[in-house]
Design a protein around this ligand. Structure first.
Ligand SMILES: Cc1cc2nc3c(=O)[nH]c(=O)nc-3n(C[C@H](O)[C@H](O)[C@H](O)COP(=O)(O)OP(=O)(O)OC[C@H]3O[C@@H](n4cnc5c(N)ncnc54)[C@H](O)[C@@H]3O)c2cc1C
Length: 346
């Protein structure tokens, strides 16, 4: 089988890159083994403001300009809603925080996303004595449904094999690669934290962060916006809310832990006073990088091997932009910005 590309991994990175390939009618085969699930468990929030310090997220405006139409196209393609626009209400802990918020609203970029009104409305079961700051033009992508639909679509077209990619079976030739019965011009590795097992790229400085999330059933909590306080609370409908996430830099397992669950419940109880029941508990590993920027580029020696990784904590916003940049680099010779290129580590 002679193809343009082999893709290893179908999380948000692999999805965004294969979508580029579809757009330009390139042929490909995806290998996916379900060893990682960051994209499936993700909260899916897109938000251009860092809510701890009230500073802009790196390149957020440009990324959103590409990401929102990207998810809209997928909604049209699969006749299903994935993008749920939702305001985020940031609970203020003090008058000082209120003042910081309003001082930041003067920033020309942030003023598009931060309401200048102090929100004082009361919501049953939510402790917010200093009120809220409201973020605008934010939302949540249902990444789990999107990936399910995308994988089914690839299965129907026989473009995905549900098997683990064996790195030692890859044969690298001058202008092509061979893997079992598949010959391709190039291979792109999109394995998330699975990069650690990839002998061609595992020296890149990934500093992965495990995250755990719970879903709660809280019939007395009637909110239709996201709350950000000690943790995020995301309304899913039917009295269900996703709550997360933890950050753990040591534990490399995919499994949810009792410790993670207790941490989330304790943080939640610091501002939610109505009863809730935990109905789901999930975990994944975020492919974060030492300098908090993506990992994009070609292998220094084998030019037909490429990597698309390091989406960190913000894969929803970043994936479409970096997939497009990698495509243009590989197919049209358009140089990558140094900030995202793996050349910065070579
Ligand atoms: C708890 C949590 C909450 C998060 N919340 C948000 C959020 O609200 N907003 C946001 O934007 N981001 C969020 N993220 C981050 C986001 O999930 C990541 O940035 C993004 O999903 C990374 O996508 P990826 O495709 O690079 O990696 P992954 O999703 O890990 O995908 C890699 C894929 O490669 C496959 N694979 C790996 N090795 C092999 C192999 N050898 N053979 C075959 N297949 C292989 C894996 O099975 C996997 O499907 C969150 C992450 C976590 C863990």
């Amino acid at each position: 089988m002679q193809l343009d590309y082999i893709i290893v991994g179908l999380g948000l990175a692999g999805l965004a890159f294969t979508k580029e390939l579809d757009k330009y009618k390139k042929s490909y085969m995806v290998f996916e083994d379900n060893s990682q699930n960051s994209s499936i468990v993700a909260g899916g929030v897109y938000n251009p403001v860092i809510l701890k310090r009230f500073t802009p997220v790196w390149n957020a405006e440009d990324q959103l300009k590409i990401a929102l139409p990207f998810y809209k196209e997928l909604e049209i393609q699969f006749h299903r809603k994935y993008d749920f626009p939702l305001d985020i209400y940031r609970i203020f802990k003090s008058v000082e925080e209120q003042n910081n918020w309003f001082a930041t609203c003067d920033n020309p970029f942030l003023s598009k996303y931060m309401s200048t009104k102090l929100i004082k409305e009361k919501h049953e079961g939510v402790l917010a004595n200093f009120g809220y700051g409201k973020l605008l033009n934010t939302g949540r992508i249902d990444t789990k449904s999107l990936l399910e639909d995308y994988r089914n679509y690839l299965s129907q077209r026989k473009l995905i094999r549900n098997e683990s990619f064996q790195y030692n079976a890859l044969k690298i030739k001058e202008n092509k690669v061979e893997y079992k019965d598949v010959f391709a011009s190039k291979i792109v590795f999109c394995e998330g934290f699975g990069l650690k097992n990839n002998p061609f790229f595992n020296k890149l400085p990934m500093q992965e962060a495990k995250g755990e999330l719970i879903t709660i059933y809280a019939p007395n909590l009637n909110i239709d916006f996201m709350i950000k306080a000690a943790v995020f609370v995301l309304p899913l409908g039917n009295n269900l809310y996703k709550v997360g996430a933890t950050f753990n830099w040591k534990d490399k397992s995919q499994l949810p832990t009792e410790e993670g669950k207790n941490e989330l419940a304790t943080k939640l109880e610091s501002f939610i006073t109505v009863p809730f029941e935990i109905v789901e508990h999930i975990a994944g590993i975020r492919p974060t990088v030492k300098d908090r920027r993506p990992l994009v580029g070609k292998h220094p020696k084998h030019k037909n091997l490429a990597v698309l990784n390091g989406l960190g904590t913000r894969g929803v916003m970043i994936a479409p932009t970096v997939a497009n940049a990698l495509y243009n680099y590989l197919e049209n010779g358009i140089e990558l910005e140094r900030e995202i290129s793996i050349a910065r580590f070579l």
